[in-house]
Ligand binder design. Structure first.
Ligand SMILES: [Zn+2]
Length: 61
């Protein structure tokens, strides 16, 4: 179980706002911005997502 956190303030990355998301052949690229203002790029590869706990991929939030 991996839980990403903001490097600046320690908030859970799941709380970060998704500014935009792009689907690529590699996976989903999401540009996130934390409440503290820090931005980063989050890449979710399909191979990893599909294998997560054996659950089917249900799409982005
Ligand atoms: Zn933050």
């Amino acid at each position: 179980m991996t839980s990403e956190r903001c490097a600046a303030c320690g908030r859970e990355s799941v709380d970060a706002r998704v500014e935009s998301a792009h689907y690529t052949s590699e996976g989903i690229v999401r540009y996130r911005q934390c409440a503290c203002g820090r931005r980063w790029v989050d890449v979710a590869r399909f191979a990893v997502v599909a294998g997560h706990d054996g659950l089917p991929w249900s799409g982005p939030n």
